[in-house]
Ligand binder design. Structure first.
Ligand code: COA
Length: 266
């Protein structure tokens, strides 16, 4: 892999049109401090503009995926610095909920280990997630005497069943990768040594698609989540028409191959 950009708290590497972003504070279990939020915001801005990049993988260095917000540097040390806290929060919300959630490229979370608290917010807005069976997930906030905020409760409750969301949020008890797959918090769980291969296979599958079509499908999926059916029908029709115009009717070829030449099975 080629390392492309330099940041203090993350690694960004490119190989075969796949960009891997690795949270890189293993000594703190990749807990997110203010600097990490600034780095993620900048890295995702670059990734979005990188025309070579077709798929983005997010993971953590060492035995942790991400231990949530850095309770010392993000919460405690900003208590006496309201401007610093506001700047860190703004960057956090920006990279997670604007840049990552709406990135016009597919994103895969490779959950290699510990995954707690605030990590659920950006795990939830990745398009796909594959976990190690031995990864540990938990919403430990209630055990600290706080609540899962910063979008975590909202996203967990829209991703999971109400029973599973309440269990995680209100007991604070950890679950493993296998249980996370049963809950559909992740797409699948595999033995730790198979994680990279499994993520690569999904990335290669996504690379075969037309990137413009994929970006459009993702945008429609994201915006639809906030629309009524009537609004969604208008929005989907408008996006279909826009894509059809910009893709210059390439799908006509597919119909011909499917119906006449019988050379194509979608
Ligand atoms: N914020 C700040 N520091 C953190 C952290 C966090 N969220 N998570 C881990 N760290 C630090 C530890 O304090 C420790 O620092 P030290 O070396 O200065 O003592 C270092 O990372 C290693 O963690 P440690 O607890 O020694 O490792 P472990 O393997 O025994 O346990 C965890 C790993 C992830 C289970 C444990 O660190 C943990 O429970 N972290 C808190 C997770 C959490 O509740 N996050 C939600 C916050 S709202």
């Amino acid at each position: 892999r080629e390392q492309v950009m330099t940041y203090k708290t993350i690694l960004v590497e490119k190989k075969d049109q796949i960009t891997t972003i690795t949270l890189n504070r293993p000594q703190s279990k990749n807990a997110m401090n203010p600097q990490m939020h600034f780095d993620m915001r900048d890295a995702l801005t670059e990734v979005e503009q990188d025309r070579e990049c077709r798929v983005v993988v997010l993971t953590g260095a060492g035995d942790a995926f991400c231990a949530g917000m850095d309770v010392k540097e993000y919460f405690l040390e900003t208590e006496t610095d309201p401007a610093g806290r506001a700047a860190a929060r703004k960057a956090a919300f920006e990279w997670m909920f604007r840049k990552l959630r709406l990135l016009p490229k597919p994103t895969i979370a490779a959950v290699n280990g510990w995954c707690f608290g605030g990590a659920f917010a950006w795990l939830a807005v990745c398009d796909f997630a594959i976990a190690s069976e031995t990864a540990t997930f938990g919403l430990s906030e209630v055990n600290w005497g706080i609540i899962p905020a910063g979008g975590v409760t909202k996203l967990v409750s829209s991703l999971l069943s109400p029973r599973d969301a309440a269990y995680l949020i209100m007991t604070g008890k950890p679950i493993d990768g296998k249980q996370a797959a049963v809950m559909r918090l992740v797409n699948s769980a595999v033995p730790r040594e198979k994680l990279d291969q499994q993520v690569l296979e999904l990335a290669e599958e996504l690379k075969k698609k037309n990137p413009m079509v994929l970006a459009c499908a993702k945008e429609v999926l994201r915006v639809d989540q906030n629309l009524s059916l009537d609004d969604a029908l208008l929005w989907e029709t408008a996006k279909w028409t826009e894509l059809d115009a910009s893709a210059k009717k390439t799908w006509h070829k597919g119909v011909k191959q499917f119906k006449e030449e019988r050379t194509y099975r979608p």
